[in-house]
Design a protein around this ligand. Sequence first.
Ligand code: CMC
Length: 395
Amino acid sequence: TGLITYDPGFGNTGSCSSAITFMDGERGILRYRGIPIEQLAERSTFVETAYLLITGKLPNREELTHTSVMLNDASLLHEDMKIFYQNYPSKAHPMGILSAMVNAMRSFYPELIDLEEDISITFLRLISKVRTMAAMAYKISKGHKTVYPRPDYSYAANFLHMMFDNPVIPYEMDYDMVQALNVFWILHADHEQNCSTAAVRVVGSGQVNVYAAISAGISALWGPLHGGANQAVIGMLEQIRNEGLTISKAVAKAKDKNDPFRLMGFGHRVYKTYDPRAKIMKKMCDLILKKDRPAENGGMDPLLDIAMALEDAALADPYFQEKNLYPNVDFYSGIVLRAMGIPTNMFTVMFAIGRLPGWLAQWREDALDPLRKISRPRQVYTGETITDYTPMDER
Ligand code: CMC
């Protein structure tokens, strides 16, 4: 009732109160439960950070061991779910498959008893199985045998094992890659009320089951302006290389409002300075891109040179300066993922695995909020006030 305020894209609307993630877009600050992202990237693991986001505190040794055991126990997929994969067209996008599989989990694991049960079993089940599903989708797309997880590997190492081990060439674990993967997932683990998290909260507010809410988050993340940007950055860098575009031509195209070309991996709704995650991701390029390895296995990547030249040119350009457009997390993350051997169409899936703890933490916070209401925004109506029905032969 009363005057409705129109806020396109909800840029100035607080949709919830939250104690999970703190962001200061002007100063480039990101903290999970108060802990700076830089400290977590340097000292934590993805599993520990997931625990922090969901429960609000770092686990002690016993809690962390218990979580790791539970994640291992839950890592297998129901064999009947494997059949789903076989009926997808071979070119199906893995994000579409992932959101459908997560939604299907509700039918395979319906036993939600209460909210505490959700947290201890369902959350860990989701975190563990999403990783298995992603690796399995990749193996099946290649026509290869799927690989089972190993109980002696950590969460991140197991993902690389399930992705890249095969009966002919066993995967030799590379612990620089394991570290880079942990950092990649930590940096993506939460980002307050972004498009996919807002989707999880909106869908969850109707009190649907958690699988359906997470599935909605995965669908939202798929878009090129959101999680799809890491894939789009590589597409853009390849376009620059393949078409022989000079850096200044690429910057000029990005500024031209009549050209749909944008600098993917640049700009952010909240950060008006360098995205703190992009700084850490750039450092990860140095860790894993080594001159003495072949390019497809973490060796120097010519796209990194293009990316760095593009960053320098854009940051020196008044258009980007005036609009406060800086590299975001996706600008360098694609290069890190390529070095790990992750195929480009799996990049957004990698983001989804990382964001899952954030979605779960936000879903839980919402479910426990005594002031929670079903999401039901209003609108500013611009249509006809009233018109009469026209019979068919008078139209
Ligand atoms: N290249 C060229 N111009 C840009 C770019 C860009 N990447 N980003 C914004 N602008 C311009 C835009 O054209 C607009 O200009 P004007 O005011 O003259 O119309 C101005 O900057 C403001 O942009 P906006 O689109 O109104 O800002 P937004 O807050 O609605 O959009 C964004 C934010 C991230 C969608 C946008 O910056 C963008 O499309 N970036 C490229 C895609 C990308 O990298 N997405 C990943 C975001 S970070 C990870 C995640 O959240 O998933």
